[in-house]
Design a protein around this ligand. Structure first.
Ligand code: TXA
Ligand code: MG
Length: 346
């Protein structure tokens, strides 16, 4: 299959028209959102949704998010509207917040992987919303990467993974946040299953107590069932070994330097992931700076693109841990998963 790329910033009308036609006919379209690129299909058509799993090589027990273009569309997708849903939608939609509630009978099992709940979000990206509106159905979409790879934040990343597997990529430029949406379950006490740009602090300010699932910062224990099936899987991992070092910046840098020297002596090609505040610790060594500790959202927006580039240069990544406040929680969640939770505390 030939994969066409349409520049959706210049040809939004034509691009979304073509995309909507493909979606209505049961095909797949990759499209930009403010978080990462999505790989969309008609969310009310089980056969179309099954093609997403095939194209990504995604395990069939990992459910998808339904994307809507209007708040009112959730009514047909959820069985009942949780009390807190209205205020969350009014405050954060359109935007990077996914809400989970009990599903209605029109949602196919292929979307929910057999669960009785369904995840829904209304993206802030104009092209995404125009595509959904024109398709006339909710669009089921995971991130548009091959399963296990970092989520794509540019159309080029999507092309690298999906060339030949899908007919169309709508290119909307680089994604604003670069990290996937916050996933919040409203079944029982509000619980963050995946942190994102809508932070724990923002949600708590609105709702009071909000829980964070254990699996956000630590690996699932053996025999533990995942609140969110996506937590089970290895994710974002490059071929290179990734080690996270957490502690005070100075102590962490000492440990990183020690590991770096040892790795080089063994003939390996280490690289350090540092921040603006700590670059002075690594003179003469290979390091990259993803941003400032004061702006964890910037670190998030640069992480996936960096993870995709690593294997060209290094076989060992030594990354500084940062505070889990604000967007730091999303950053540490993705970083620790890319490291397979290989974390040294100093
Ligand atoms: O920002 C995003 O959310 C992007 C863009 C494309 O919207 N989408 C995305 O989808 O990241 P995906 O499939 O890569 O991640 C969805 C996550 C998975 O970890 C999945 O297990 C979880 O949400 N999830 C989906 N439905 C669920 C449900 N009913 N219960 C629990 N977890 C659910
Ligand atoms: Mg994904």
């Amino acid at each position: 299959m030939r994969t066409e790329i349409v520049d959706a910033t210049r040809q939004k009308e034509a691009g979304t028209q073509l995309g909507a036609k493909i979606i209505r006919e049961g095909g797949l379209v990759a499209f930009p959102t403010e978080t990462v690129y999505g790989l969309g299909a008609n969310g009310l058509n089980g056969e179309a949704v099954a093609r997403i799993f095939e194209a990504k090589g995604r395990p069939s027990d990992n459910p998808l998010i339904l994307h809507v273009s209007k708040k009112s569309e959730v009514r047909q997708l959820w069985d009942t509207l949780p009390e807190s849903a209205n205020i969350l939608m009014d405050t954060f939609w359109p935007g990077p917040l996914t809400l989970i509630a009990r599903k209605s009978s029109i949602v196919p099992d292929e979307v929910t992987a057999g669960l009785d709940t369904v995840a829904v979000r209304m993206p802030a990206n104009d092209t995404a919303r125009a595509l959904i509106r024109k398709a006339g159905v909710p669009i089921a979409a995971p991130s548009a990467n091959l399963s296990g790879k970092p989520s794509p934040t540019t159309a080029a990343h999507v092309f690298d993974d999906m060339n030949g597997r899908i007919p169309l990529i709508l290119d909307g430029g680089a994604c604003r946040y670069g990290v996937e949406s916050t996933v919040l379950s409203l079944v029982g006490k509000p619980t963050i299953l995946r942190p994102g740009a809508i932070t724990l602090e923002m949600l708590s300010a609105l709702l009071g107590e909000v829980r964070v699932a254990d699996a956000v910062l630590s690996p699932l224990k053996e025999n533990e069932t995942a609140a969110s099936p996506g937590m089970k899987y290895k994710h974002y991992a490059p071929d290179a070994e990734v080690i996270v070092v957490t502690g005070t910046p100075r102590k962490a840098a000492e440990k990183i330097n020690e590991l770096y020297v040892r790795a080089e002596a063994e003939g390996r090609h280490p690289e350090i992931v540092a921040t603006e505040q700590t670059k002075g610790f690594y003179g003469g060594k290979n390091y990259v700076i993803l941003g400032s500790r004061e702006k964890p959202a910037t670190l998030c927006s640069n992480l996936f693109s960096y993870l995709r580039s690593i294997d060209r240069y290094s076989d060992l990544v030594l990354a500084e841990g940062i505070s889990t406040k604000d967007a730091g929680l999303a950053y540490m969640n993705r970083l620790l998963r890319s490291a397979g939770f290989n974390n040294i505390e100093v």
